[in-house]
Design a protein around this ligand. Structure first.
Ligand code: AOS
Ligand code: ZN
Ligand code: ZN
Ligand code: ZN
Length: 431
């Protein structure tokens, strides 16, 4: 397998970190043993964790005010794969990449697949883009895509999604994520019911093109770019559409796509209960679709989501397999560092959720012992599982401290030389 960072750098880094890590690991192991938990099992569990990388996340994003490009940004899909390979090499938690078309459309699909395969990277759900007009596009999406009143725009949007499925199929992907910005800015602009009818009609065309072993993920979002009425604004609409379309249609939860204070873990529980939880776009936010690093603002919420996922897994076993993907955008950090950080934070919530004593919790709930029920969760959340995560990485050939090792490798400075900035670079500035 090809690696991007010299494996000698990783070994050197780990040799220095080993003594401290072993001490911390032994101390945590003792503490967990007293709670009836086997640290070795937890470390093995951590090693199974995987979250997919968003291809658009390795570039510097923008706001609607400006974009400040970073040094050494990837200029094409192959360079994006290189950056994703670095992230996976240093975390061993991100073996799949989620591509976005047409941004990532390769001229040679087989060559792209082969290129990724050399790094042992695969492809998760592919994303369609009908929220922008592309150069030379025949029909505009200014007034909507899958919901547009123009039959030509709608047909073009359906055709684009079908093309995404074909590209994804050639890459070995098994899913299509559809997020549309369609909606209205003013009351009266749109017949609300009519727009959703057109959406469903268009999506039936997309659904019909899905291979048998594929799923389509419907991503809802409360607002933006439509400010008054977004067609797929909430999980209720998403659920209704997924139900209407059929068993291959599921709902995708992006953590930044809800009103402030929404109980997202409850949405997760509902969708899991009714078999419609397709996947996630993990990120964090303070106000809206901020697309900040996972766990940077509200790590407890992330933990509570994983607590629901652990409950669903315990109930449904192997059959319960939502896709985990990151969706974030960086203005002020190195995207590779932020993505590594996010992957580790999501993995942290996954491991912490395994610390919840589910039998004790069920008994507290049965007894209406509210205080202890809440404490059972807090107890797991407060446990610092960092030594488990570091040991899991080490055993999988990754560094104990991914960001430290990445900085020591000088990768970014090297790329800044190899990848001089493109004039007017913009591609992935939209989130
Ligand atoms: C948009 O807000 C969504 O989060 C989508 O997932 C979008 O396709 C992605 O963020 C890339 O722009
Ligand atoms: Zn998203
Ligand atoms: Zn988001
Ligand atoms: Zn978003």
């Amino acid at each position: 397998m090809n690696t991007v960072i010299d494996s000698g750098i990783v070994e050197q880094h780990n040799a220095k970190a080993m003594a401290n890590l072993e001490a911390d690991y032994a101390a945590l192991g003792g503490m967990l043993a007293r709670r009836g938990k086997d640290i070795e099992q937890l470390t093995a569990l951590a090693q199974t964790f995987a979250v997919a990388l968003p291809s658009w996340g390795v570039g510097t994003g923008g706001t609607r005010f400006a974009r400040f490009p970073g040094p050494g940004e990837p200029r094409n899909v192959f360079e994006k794969i290189d950056d994703c390979a670095v992230i996976n090499q240093l975390t061993r938690a991100t073996p799949l990449v989620s591509l976005h078309f047409p941004w990532d459309k390769p001229t040679d699909v087989a060559a792209l697949r082969e290129y990724a395969d050399r790094y042992k990277l695969g492809f998760d759900s592919v994303n369609s883009n009908t929220f922008q007009d592309q150069l030379g596009q025949a029909h505009t999406y200014k007034y909507g895509s899958l919901t547009a009143l123009s039959a030509e725009s709608r047909a073009q949007a359906v055709q684009h999604n079908v093309e995404c499925i074909e590209l994804g199929r050639a890459l070995g992907s098994k899913g299509l994520t559809v997020w549309v910005g369609d909606g209205a800015n003013f009351p009266g602009q749109q017949n609300l019911r009519g727009a959703l009818e057109r959406y469903l009609d268009s999506m039936r065309g997309v659904y019909a093109a899905l291979p048998d072993d594929w799923q389509v993920y419907i991503e809802h979002k409360l607002f933006e770019p439509a400010f008054y009425a977004t067609t797929i604004a909430d999980w209720g609409t998403s659920f209704a559409c997924a139900t209407e379309l059929g068993p291959k249609a599921k709902c995708l939860v992006d953590l930044g796509h809800h009103a402030p204070n929404t109980n997202i873990e409850m949405i997760v529980a509902r969708l899991a209960q009714f078999g419609k939880l397709g996947g996630f776009h993990f990120n964090d936010s303070k106000y809206g679709d901020d697309d900040l690093d996972s766990g940077s603002i509200n790590p407890f919420q992330l933990f509570l989501i994983f607590n629901e996922l652990a409950d669903a897994s315990a109930r449904d076993g192997e059959a319960f397999k939502p896709s985990y993907m990151l969706d974030q955008s960086h203005n002020v950090t190195d995207p590779i560092e932020s993505l590594m950080n996010s992957a580790v934070e999501v993995q942290r919530a996954f491991v912490q959720s395994a610390l919840v004593d589910r039998a004790a919790l069920a008994q507290y709930q049965q007894d209406n012992d509210v205080l202890q029920s809440a404490q059972a969760l807090k107890h797991a959340f407060r446990t610092d599982v960092s030594p488990i995560l570091a040991m899991a990485r080490l055993r999988s050939g990754a560094p104990a401290d991914p960001v430290g090792c990445y900085r020591a490798s000088g990768y970014r400075a090297k790329q800044a030389e190899l990848r001089p900035a493109k004039a007017g670079a913009s591609s992935s500035g939209i989130v």
